[in-house]
Design a protein around this ligand. Sequence first.
Ligand SMILES: Cc1cc2nc3c(=O)[nH]c(=O)nc-3n(C[C@H](O)[C@H](O)[C@H](O)COP(=O)(O)OP(=O)(O)OC[C@H]3O[C@@H](n4cnc5c(N)ncnc54)[C@H](O)[C@@H]3O)c2cc1C
Length: 364
Amino acid sequence: MAALNLLGVCIPEEYGGAGFDYVSLGLVCEELEAVDTFLRVAMSVHTGLNSLTLYTWGTEAQKQKYLTPQAKGEKLATYGLTEPGAGSDVVGSRSTARREGDEYVLNGEKMWISLADTADNFLFFCWTDEEKRKNRDHSGMSCFIVERTMKGFTSGTIHGKLGIRAGNTGYFSLQDVRVPKENLVGEEGEGFKIAMFALEQGRFTVAAGATGVIRASRDASVAYANSRETFGTKIANHQLVKQKIANMEADYQMSRLLWLQAGWLKNEGKVSGRATSLAKWQATVRSETAASMAIEVHGANGYSNDYPVERYLRNCKAAVIYEGTRDIHTLMQADWALGLKKEKPARKSLPPWQSSEARGAVAL
Ligand SMILES: Cc1cc2nc3c(=O)[nH]c(=O)nc-3n(C[C@H](O)[C@H](O)[C@H](O)COP(=O)(O)OP(=O)(O)OC[C@H]3O[C@@H](n4cnc5c(N)ncnc54)[C@H](O)[C@@H]3O)c2cc1C
């Protein structure tokens, strides 16, 4: 992936990336997850959650030191928000940072982190204001860049997962890890907003990837239906098999349009949180249905790992949970529709896409 510059596909060339647009990021994710989820997960945490956050919120020095080697694929990066006691409830997290001179001292445990045991660089979200933590005021949270090599960093792998077995998922712990104040991302107190910004970019990659699972489920089902015979005819000729395949086709096309819409909004520099949430919610839920139906089209063979469809079902389930569960997106969509929630731009927003030629023309 690094050799193909996929890990920096939508990062500008001046920061080591390939300089493509955000729709291209989605296309890479859809294609990768049509093969296997772990490949898309690497894109989600490395490019979506981490690199796009540094590109948008990072200082020029952070972009040179961290973003550029990440975009080139020389360093692998991930995103540490979830803790043993806090997932959806980000404000319930316990990790802390305290300022000592020109350094911050970080402490905390992060759990269920993709690439935790393999990544080089981490975004670490924690409280810098204890009073605000007690009052559940998210303006007391901050974001830091942490390196695996820093003293006090340890990590491990979670075993026994339902799916994504080709990819690492784990935990990491920081015990009095000292980072220079230059590793603060954004300003003190902006950690929650940065976490939500990052999640929006991650959700985009998850939506496109889940669309790939639907496509793979459809393609496997079509191939099987055209070869398996029952009652003297191909099972493709049975109406109820056709119905499953028709639903997969509809779910694929609708999910694709939803992530393309979100990608277009990002390219244009328009707010895209609502569209991205809708795309992530619908694509992941529909991928679960498609993978499950693909198993049924395959009959007993679908229940065995001689065919890929049981893997699609095991892999797609996590995407219904991470980066906002099905329930969280359902509530957010209802609140947007009801006018109870508004899309408010933060201090920083994802830069609109411009070709390198256009950026050069602007510079002139
Ligand atoms: C394979 C995998 C990879 C992951 N990778 C990362 C990663 O790289 N970085 C990272 O930070 N995290 C990662 N996560 C963690 C993931 O983001 C969290 O699991 C997710 O946010 C849900 O949090 P939770 O597991 O604590 O569930 P909880 O928040 O405890 O939720 C439990 C249940 O309660 C429901 N619920 C909770 N609150 C509400 C509410 N207000 N209204 C209605 N229902 C509610 C949820 O929908 C869910 O069904 C990963 C998880 C998995 C499975």
